[in-house]
Design a binder for this molecule. Structure first.
Ligand SMILES: Nc1ncnc2c1ncn2[C@@H]1O[C@H](COP(=O)(O)OP(=O)(O)OP(=O)(O)O)[C@@H](O)[C@H]1O
Ligand SMILES: [Mg+2]
Length: 307
């Protein structure tokens, strides 16, 4: 099956005070139509940068290289206007931190209306009807009241559901959701995931999360480390029988598995053959050779010579 999204040799580099910093390195990723993929990995590994690059929302200072193809067309080579049309209508984003993603001085409904008015050219009245329907779809009991509410009067879970309504307003075929359950209590978390999964039915979902149980709601799990994909496979395999030492360590750090935190921090050095080597309990001389992402089982890829 042709992938809906094809990323090839993607690198994103930022200029910093200490010189160029490569946040995403030579990354390949295919997303098939209808696939639900969890993107995981520790803070700073490049998940949001990858998500933003996919949706064409990188800042001008970033140097973006490689290919990002949506339905066979390279997003990096489209005009600003074309990317703007695709964003929202074909690729939706549910951004990280709902606190800053919603405008505090605009009523929630008016912010969602903008999707219909600015991208689809609908009139204000029609936009309001569609927004209220969407708010109803994501589980607000009184969508008319929510429409007129300011974000600061809503809980974190409510803001997150409003962002799901906004990101899915135009029924995009690809939805990138960046940590939609961060900071939510367990009950709101499951409610938000249920709504997200329902809205994403039949669509392709890239769900960025630190949460093991949220990832378990996906078909496939991709784990990044220091700008690279280090493990990629069916969710039930990566979550229960991971093969990369970092992923093994990550699940061991879960409270129910004994809360054994992984020692060390992510190395900012991008030249090592294995970027995890300085923390790895299995390291030996073989780690000094280039480590490619290789298939070790059916659709299961790992970047480690010991896997
Ligand atoms: N505009 C920028 N300028 C310089 N460096 C940046 C910029 N944006 C991101 N980075 C760096 O790129 C790396 C990846 O950032 P990113 O936001 O993708 O991490 P993340 O995996 O989403 O982390 P988290 O789980 O905390 O959200 C980090 O080291 C970050 O400091
Ligand atoms: Mg992030």
């Amino acid at each position: 099956m042709e992938p809906l999204l094809r990323v090839r040799s993607l690198s994103v580099t930022f200029p910093t005070l200490y010189g160029p910093f490569e946040a995403v390195s030579d990354l390949d990723l295919d997303l098939a139509p209808g696939e639900r993929v969890a993107l995981m990995g520790e803070s700073g590994c490049g998940k949001s940068v990858l998500g933003h690059a996919i949706i064409g929302l990188m800042s001008d200072v970033a140097d973006v290289r490689g290919l990002i193809e949506y339905r066979g067309r390279d997003l990096c080579r489209m005009s600003e206007e074309e990317v703007r049309r695709i964003r929202g209508a074909s690729i939706g984003l549910i951004p990280q931190s709902p606190g800053s993603a919603l405008d505090p001085v605009l009523r929630v409904g008016r912010q969602i209306d903008e999707m219909y008015v600015l991208i689809e050219g609908k009139g204000q009245k029609e936009a309001k009807v569609l927004t209220i329907k969407r708010l109803n779809d994501v589980g607000f009991d009184d969508p008319e009241e929510t429409y007129d509410t300011y974000p600061h009067r809503m809980s974190g879970g409510m803001c997150e559901r409003a962002l799901i309504a906004m990101g899915t307003a135009l029924d995009p075929d690809l939805l990138v959701a960046d940590e939609p359950t961060k900071g939510l209590d367990p009950e709101s978390k499951m409610h938000v995931i249920d709504q997200l999964m329902e809205r994403a039915t039949g669509k392709t979902l890239l769900l960025i999360t630190h949460d093991y149980y949220v990832a378990a709601a996906c078909d496939r799990v991709v784990v990044m480390y220091s700008g690279q994909i280090i493990e990629d496979g069916p969710a039930h395999i990566v979550l229960t029988a991971p093969r990369h030492p970092y992923v093994i360590g990550l699940w061991q750090a879960l409270p129910e598995n004994g809360l054994r935190p992984m020692p060390g921090t992510m190395d900012r050095d991008k030249t090592a053959n294995c970027r995890f080597m300085n923390r790895c309990p299995f390291r030996d001389e073989k780690c000094h050779t280039p480590q490619e992402l290789r298939e070790i089982g059916d659709a299961h890829l790992v970047r480690c010579c010991h896997a």
